[in-house]
Design a protein around this ligand. Structure first.
Ligand SMILES: Nc1nc2c(c(=O)[nH]1)N[C@H]1C(S)=C(S)[C@@H](COP(=O)(O)OP(=O)(O)OC[C@H]3O[C@@H](n4cnc5c(=O)[nH]c(N)nc54)[C@H](O)[C@@H]3O)O[C@H]1N2
Ligand SMILES: Nc1nc2c(c(=O)[nH]1)N[C@H]1C(S)=C(S)[C@@H](COP(=O)(O)OP(=O)(O)OC[C@H]3O[C@@H](n4cnc5c(=O)[nH]c(N)nc54)[C@H](O)[C@@H]3O)O[C@H]1N2
Ligand SMILES: [Mo]
Length: 700
């Protein structure tokens, strides 16, 4: 324990990172400096524990490589050489260049690239939306994460938070499906462990032996992208063996006969052939799931990342309604609780500034937009809360685009990333300890206020302040563009919503967090009596939202998760097969790295100068590659050098390079040089886990 001294202050906050857990933090401040950052023990979900990354958050805040002043490029693009300039000069230059571009090419030649570097309601994804919408910029469509899975889930169950992650303690069977909870949602693990201590069985369904899979009672290892077939095969077995809750199905579901017919296309042998599992495994899995009525399923974002991914989520979402698991404590499915947070996205984004027909560009495919050969290439790129080089597809083409002399790039950042190296102007951003924010969570049902613990370092500004400054400099007079952080706090949620009964900003200032009024985490049975928030009020096995690909759920033009109608999709889940590519022997997965947060912390973590390549021993033998060899991993899009780790943590034919490494650390391309922008049919989700590659010994 840190000794407290007179004058010390404890400030309540909440982690900003793009992670479901959204930890409650307390910062000890002495003489205006952070002494330590700890987890709050009284938080019902995160319980005083911070992850390995955030435990030393003060090191991140005071890191020597923090960007603290505005800078102008003096070297070539990519070199990363800058001179310090004043905020005034930086804002003037941006205004002048934007006005020039608007005059010559139109405002749609300007594109914001942003995502969830901060996931605060103030400083996160929407911080710049009103500014860019007012400017007339192209709308950046952000489908990096969960946009397919959340729509798929909603097409079946509607916008419901589903099973409370805290009520997993009551489960007798827990299935963690395509999620590595121990690394990516570690605070949920405590609840899973508690259930296991009380006798629950844990099944992990994952091609890889992740940290979570290694702790399972049973690790089921299907081929990547085969989960829709597996879930449909399970549905077929459940129906065939009479393991379904006939009464629940009759009262609370829609389209059982159609689902039954679809599932009949997945008899044992076919399901086994597609998934690589044995028929016995599939029979056993259906038996265990059918028998355990108190069965909880959680899926990760990873499950959506193939062309079959969203349909896998749809098929899985049918399971707890078929067995009637929703009737029982600890029974059901947890996908995403966001629907319960009464976020007023229209107030945050001002979609009314966007006229009909405004261009929208999917940011995962930014390489196309930056391509000089594009009919209407982007002339100005504004990056904040994101890193287009590490997050998006087609890294080499993205980098080529960023080198264009006629592209004016501004990057607002905390650290000198690969992306800042290509900026014309770099702007310094505050860390979470230097800013006010309101945090929702995508892993539990608590709202949290993050209060600033210290003054901004150097000349860093929060994203809200950044866009106030830019709006003023552009001469925009709409009052919303000058909203104070306090006004934004009030606007960001519907404070009169039932979920916020008894919760006010004053309470949050005092206590830091408040659980949403969505029922007791232990007693709560959200769908015991059906009551699904779908058009039919039922769990829709055959979705009534299929004619718009689920897009009707997100009709607002907020550049969020695919706002254009998605086009009709099959009302029922289907396994749509994989596209064979005979030229490349390996499927490449790029899951999260335990010690990074996407591409964050990479500069602070040891050993981030080499990307690991996991290879199964059979493949390593065949390719004559040994542990520690440098391998060249390649396809049409690029080449990546990575250090071989021979391990049966992966399957034969499945190679792995974990996500988040920086080009400048590894001295070349990172994994996104190999992935393509090929959106899935639902939510235009990314399909990065369909990537195919060849592997050979590198001469380097
Ligand atoms: N430590 C850490 N935590 C993080 C992050 C981080 O970078 N680092 N990132 C945060 C973010 S933005 C997100 S979206 C979440 C993601 O959280 P997760 O979805 O848990 O993330 P991943 O590690 O990408 O994937 C989890 C597992 O899915 C498996 N998988 C991949 N493809 C398939 C498939 O087709 N079928 C099945 N059954 N399994 C598959 C992978 O092998 C992997 O072990 O994590 C958040 N938390
Ligand atoms: N191959 C592969 N590609 C992937 C994924 C994968 O697993 N594999 N995951 C996908 C997923 S799930 C996601 S969510 C995306 C993540 O993509 P991004 O959201 O782009 O995530 P990061 O790469 O971490 O970049 C966030 C940047 O924001 C900066 N930042 C943080 N807070 C602030 C702030 O308050 N202000 C400003 N101005 N900047 C800030 C951080 O320093 C960091 O450099 O990547 C996607 N791409
Ligand atoms: Mo994500």
């Amino acid at each position: 324990m840190q000794d407290h001294q007179p004058g010390d202050k404890i400030i309540y906050g909440a982690c900003q990172h793009d992670c479901p857990d959204n930890c409650a933090m307390e910062t000890l401040v002495r003489d205006g400096r952070v002494v330590s950052v700890k987890g709050r023990h009284d938080h019902p979900f995160t319980h005083g524990v911070l992850c390995a990354k955030v435990r030393s958050f003060e090191k991140r805040v005071y890191a020597p490589d923090r960007i603290l002043h505005p800078m102008r490029r003096i070297g070539a693009k990519g070199e990363g050489r800058f001179e310090q300039i004043s905020w005034d000069d930086a804002l003037d230059e941006i205004r002048d260049r934007y006005n020039e571009i608007i005059e010559q090419n139109g405002a749609e030649a300007i594109l914001p690239f942003n995502y969830l570097g901060s996931q605060g309601l103030l400083n996160g994804m929407h911080a710049g939306d009103p500014f860019f919408n007012r400017l007339g910029a192209t709308v950046g469509e952000r489908t990096f994460c969960n946009s397919g899975a959340s729509k798929a889930f909603r097409m079946v169950c509607g916008p419901t938070g589903g099973l409370d992650p805290e009520s997993f303690i009551h489960s007798k069977l827990i299935i963690l499906w395509g999620i590595n909870v121990v690394s990516t949602a570690m605070h949920h693990w405590r609840f899973v462990k508690e259930a296991m201590k009380a006798g629950a069985k844990l099944i992990v369904i994952d091609p890889l032996r992740s940290r979570t899979a290694a702790r399972a009672d049973w690790h089921v290892r299907p081929q990547p992208g085969s989960d829709a077939a597996l879930a449909l095969g399970l549905i077929h077995q459940l129906i065939e063996t009479g393991a379904i809750d006939v009464d629940y199905v009759a009262q609370h579901t829609l389209g059982f006969d159609e689902l039954k017919a679809r599932a009949a296309e997945f008899p044992l042998e076919r399901t086994a052939a597609i998934t690589g599992l044995t028929p016995d495994d599939i029979v056993e899995l259906a038996k265990v799931y059918g028998e355990a009525k108190q069965s909880a399923i959680r899926t990760g974002v990873a499950l959506e990342r193939t062309r079959n991914g969203p349909d896998a989520v749809r098929a899985i979402a049918c399971l707890p309604a078929l067995t009637g698991a929703w009737r029982h404590k600890g029974g059901g499915y947890f996908q995403h609780p966001q629907a319960h947070f009464p976020i007023q996205r229209d107030r945050l984004t001002r979609p009314d500034f966007v006229e009909e027909g405004r261009r929208a560009i999917n940011l995962f495919g930014i390489a196309d937009a930056l391509d000089a050969k594009n009919d209407r290439p982007i002339k100005a790129l504004f990056v904040y809360n994101a890193n287009p080089i590490t997050a998006a597809a087609d890294q080499e083409r993205t980098v080529e685009g960023l080198k264009r002399d006629d592209l004016f790039t501004v990057v607002s950042e905390i650290f000198p990333t690969d992306a800042t190296d290509y900026a014309d102007i770099v702007l310094p951003a505050t860390s979470q300890l230097e800013q006010l924010d309101l945090m929702y969570s995508w892993g539990h049902f608590n709202l949290q206020l993050n209060q600033p613990a210290i003054e901004p370092l150097g000349e860093a500004v929060s994203n809200t302040e950044l866009f106030r400054r830019l709006s003023a400099r552009m001469g925009f007079d709409d009052a919303d563009l000058q909203r104070s952080d306090e006004a934004l706090l009030r606007d960001s949620l519907d404070w009169n919503a039932a979920q916020l009964e008894g919760c006010s900003l004053d309470d949050l200032r005092e206590n830091g967090f408040s659980r949403l009024m969505v029922g007791d985490p232990v007693e709560r049975l959200p769908h015991a009596e059906g009551a699904f928030p779908t058009p039919s009020g039922k769990c829709e096995f055959a979705s009534s939202m299929a004619d718009t690909g689920g897009a009707m759920i997100e009709v607002y033009r907020q550049g969020y998760a695919g706002s254009e109608p998605g086009g009709a999709v099959d009302p029922l889940p289907q396994h749509r097969g994989t596209e064979p590519d005979p030229r490349h022997a390996f499927v490449l997965l790029s899951p999260k790295t335990h010690h990074f947060l996407n591409s964050g912390y990479t500069n602070l973590a040891a050993g981030s100068d080499q990307q690991p390549l996991w290879l199964h021993p059979d493949d390593a033998d065949r390719l004559e590659l040994a542990d520690g060899d440098m391998a060249r991993v390649s396809n049409d899009r690029g080449d990546v050098l990575a250090r071989v780790r021979v391990t049966d943590d992966t399957l034969p034919g499945v190679a792995v390079i974990t996500h988040g490494y920086w080009r400048k650390h590894v001295g070349g391309a990172t994994v996104n040089a190999l992935v393509s922008h090929k959106p899935a049919n639902i939510g235009r989700a990314v399909t990065i886990n369909d990537t195919r590659v060849s592997i050979e010994l590198s001469s380097k």
